[in-house]
Design a protein around this ligand. Structure first.
Ligand code: ZN
Length: 246
């Protein structure tokens, strides 16, 4: 069910209740109207339709996959996921397929996990998506590149991924596209969350890619981080403690 949080109810801010009790996103993490608009678009286009109505097993498996990614930086094996969840391999395969149909994760042709938003095993321009830092609950360095000029970008966080520390160059901005393209979340949503070394390069990119560049919100890095915290800090509560065996 789509369950508005009480503090957001008056404003009509959308949210989704997970079976374990987490309400996503946490609108209390958002401090600016631009971040509010970007997050509303993400929830309405993606989180609401795709994540609404997960059953307990699906939610638990999803958490196991995410915690595996966070612990190792790559996709867990299906056999390990099944073992962690107490399911047979066939049962786990079935749940993984249902999660893939919801775009919560990506399976390769052989049925192996190859991505789970915001993590992906395929090369992307940023190693950890804008929303992923808070998910990791630790301080990380994000190496990315300007979507326009390919200049390397470095972003380091502190306070367990909740605050920005080092940002190089200082003028980095984020484009949060409103459009949810057909396809898998782990690639398509990352594609719509592009980093730029400065505003001029964001504007140049928008001018030259009318389809991708028009509908969306320009965010500061701090605002992008707020969105990541709003989405992933509540989700973290859903994760089982799980020591990967690989
Ligand atoms: Zn640039």
């Amino acid at each position: 069910m789509m369950t508005p949080t009480s503090r957001a109810e008056a404003a009509g801010w959308p949210a989704v209740a997970f079976p374990g009790g987490a309400i996503i996103p946490d609108w209390g993490a958002i401090t600016t109207s631009r971040a509010q608009n970007a997050l509303r678009a993400i929830v309405e286009a993606f989180i609401g339709p795709k994540w609404d109505g997960l059953d307990e097993t699906e939610s638990r498996i999803h958490g196991i996959v995410l915690s595996g990614y966070a612990a190792t930086g790559h996709a867990p094996e299906t056999a390990d996921v099944a073992a962690a969840a107490g399911l047979t391999r066939d049962e786990a395969d079935g749940v993984l397929r249902r999660l893939a149909e919801r775009d919560l994760l990506v399976l390769d042709a052989a049925g192996r996990i190859s991505g789970a938003y915001p993590f992906t095993d395929s090369p992307t321009e940023h190693h950890v998506a804008a929303g992923g830092r808070a998910m990791l609950e630790r301080d990380v360095a994000v190496r990315s590149a300007c979507r326009h000029c390919r200049r390397p970008l470095v972003i380091r966080t502190r306070s367990h991924g909740r605050e920005l520390d080092q940002v190089e160059p200082i003028g980095i901005v984020v484009w949060s596209g409103h459009r949810y393209a057909a396809g898998c979340a782990a690639s398509s949503l990352c594609t719509l969350q592009a980093f730029f070394c400065e505003d001029v390069h964001l504007e140049t990119w928008r001018a030259n890619s009318p389809a991708a560049g028009q509908e969306g919100v320009r965010l500061s890095l701090a605002e992008a981080l707020e969105i990541g915290v709003a989405i992933f800090a509540p989700m973290r509560m859903e994760w089982p403690s799980w020591i990967p065996t690989t």
